[in-house]
Design a protein around this ligand. Sequence first.
Ligand code: GLS
Length: 801
Amino acid sequence: MKLTTAQFKTDFLAEIKTLYATDLADTSSFGQFVALGHLLRRYDGPNWTQTSERYRQDDVKQVYYFSIEFLPGRLLKSNLLNLGLMQPVRQGLQELGLDLETISAAEPDPGLGNGGLGRLAACYMDSMASLGLAGNGNGIRYRYGLFKQVFMNGYQVELPDDWLRNGDVWEIRRENKACLVRFGGNVWMTPQADGSLKPTYEHTDDVLAVPYDTGMVGDHNGVTNTLRLWSAELPPSADQTYYSQAQRDRIDEITKVLYPDDSNSAGQALRLRQEYFFSSAGVQSILRHYSLRHHGMRELGKKIAIHINDTHPTLVIPELMRLLMDDHHCSWDVAWELTREVMSYTNHTIMQEALETWPIDMFKGLLPRLYQIVVEIDRHYRADKTPIFGEALVNRTAPLGNGQVRMAYLAVIGSHSVNGVAPLHTELLKTDVLRDLYAVYPERFNNKTNGIATRRWVQIANEPLANLIDQKLGTEWRHEPSQLKLLGAYANEPAFLKQLTAVKTKNKQALADYIQSELGLTLRTDAIFDVQIKRLHAYKRQLLHVFEIIREYLAIKDHPEQVEPPRVHIFGAKAAPSYHYAKSIIKLINALADLVNHDPDIGDRLKVAFIPNYGVSLGELIIPAADVSEQISTASKEASGTSNMKLMANGALSLATRDGANIDIIQAAGEANEYPFGLSAKAVYGYYDRGDYHAADFYQADPELKRVLDTLVDGTIPGISTEGREIYDSLLRYNDEFFVLADYEGYIQQQRQISHDFQDQQRWQQKALANIAAAGVFSADLAVARYADDIWQMPHTPLKA
Ligand code: GLS
């Protein structure tokens, strides 16, 4: 949209007056943010209304992306960017004596997700709008997001994330679109005059699902889509007489707090209630909307696609069946046909503990009608497939088995498409995790490698880099990230490479300033910034990184005369509150940081910064400052990873195992521009098959490794007597589940190589450039376009590949 600086200033001052009945000088940064938010919503209002109107009039196919997590990050700058208002607003604020950065920092960052899975959903919302796809998000409006992490004496402490305390400027509560979700009670089927069966319910616990909508603004295209998050409330007729406090609490509880576990399923009833709550509300709202314009359900598959983001929303399958049969008079066969046509499923992990299952008794008690339908799906599956695939395979893969409802299997059986998120991951789904179902439905399996929103992760997070790229390429790359490849032509331009170093140094300074103010730690910007930011999990192997720090520490102590480039090791990682081992590793990193950072022999040659409360906003600060991107999971365990792509796009070189999308990154940027190491997935499976991994052999064979490991238990690192022993034992007594010791040598070798290579800054920046230039391949726009083409069958703005 067109907006002059003068007009903006007038509008903004008027907004301040209307909201606060006072003048600008009397407002806080947060107050200014709220006013700016309101103003942007007003500017974008016509786009949002017209987008919905156009979708309705043109009767276009709509996709509904169901995800139990969305991690959108702050929206102020991203909306300004996509609306094309960054310049006049920044300028106007400046003329009013204000600073956009300060105002933006006052925006709460909603933590409605744990990590990669939730952030991916948010990147995809941005891309759907930017591609002009009729894409809708459907999730939960958690009253409290992922906990706020602080460290006390080096230990993680979790504080509530009260992100809604002052309200959310972006959301619109739509009480008129609320619907009822039923839990518990009894249900029986009553024959009707026409021969069909209708359910009768008694003693159910009804919950009112109220939607809150947030506009998802497309990139300079006038499109604003909707992210709909549901909140659980008392049904309208409720009053004190009918609802005990306990019942009220039970309702409140449903959308109160996000489960703080990444890639792990706790199997608790509340989680199942959350899952059914947003699945049911979402499907009800889809059918209600669809029925306004269509008679009968015949067209459903042509007009609606429902995407199941990981197994959490799988109940959309039986829920759609229920509504089609009980409310819309479809036969089982018709309903099943429609359901499969509509549904598609993405799997995001091969970790066994993440594959959700629900005890049948719990499921049946909480969702009696859905249970009847799952039983029927199970019966049909067995009847159809047993003659072809035999009883054993069918028993292993049916939705019901071992006393459990198996969500991943139900998702595969009820969808027309199943995808993994990187080629290796999809391959492992076919050959391992979902092998038997792959035998039954080979045509359903496909790969969709993850992508990232370069708008947020380069244009917003790294303005200095974005501006430098503009100087070389113009601005087309901003809308077509694949154009970044044209940067390759400047690899031999020393002046440009120097500018790249200058950009990096500037970003390192910004991060160093933050670390100085938060941790009181002084960093050198000529040091190698070696970054690992992701959830704390044993398979992600922060431990391997710790061992490198210990090795570097000992090397300086032993040989102070040997000069290596200075290093800063930067961590950001939350551990699930109940994940004891991960919390011990946090304590270890903090204890090691204490030791290293205060040792006068070490000085500024080596520093360790564990930045608390890692999330989207901190990612935007850390990622542009990284020289080295640590992507060191045990091969086969990380489904894809997305921080690997964000770091690459910002010119960090990957120190990476051949796992998830690391493989594709290494291929895209060229092996010579990354630091690959370690066991391949095949080698890891080889160890499993033969059962001949002996961690202690590595310990015995390598004196340096032995010395590093011994520091965990010999008092070298003060304050970790319990944690050090526990970690030491996990490696040697319990045989190192994630092959840390097997990969130690290869990892250390590449770390040495990095120290060597970093000293030739021109060559280093050439490699950084190769990464930036290749990063366009991992744009979320391209990824979403592939979903639209192959899975959802939806037309969109064409993109250059
Ligand atoms: C995850 C995977 O662990 C990541 O590798 C992946 O990048 C992400 C998005 O596909 O999904 N699965 C999960 O449960 N949490 C994740 O971050």
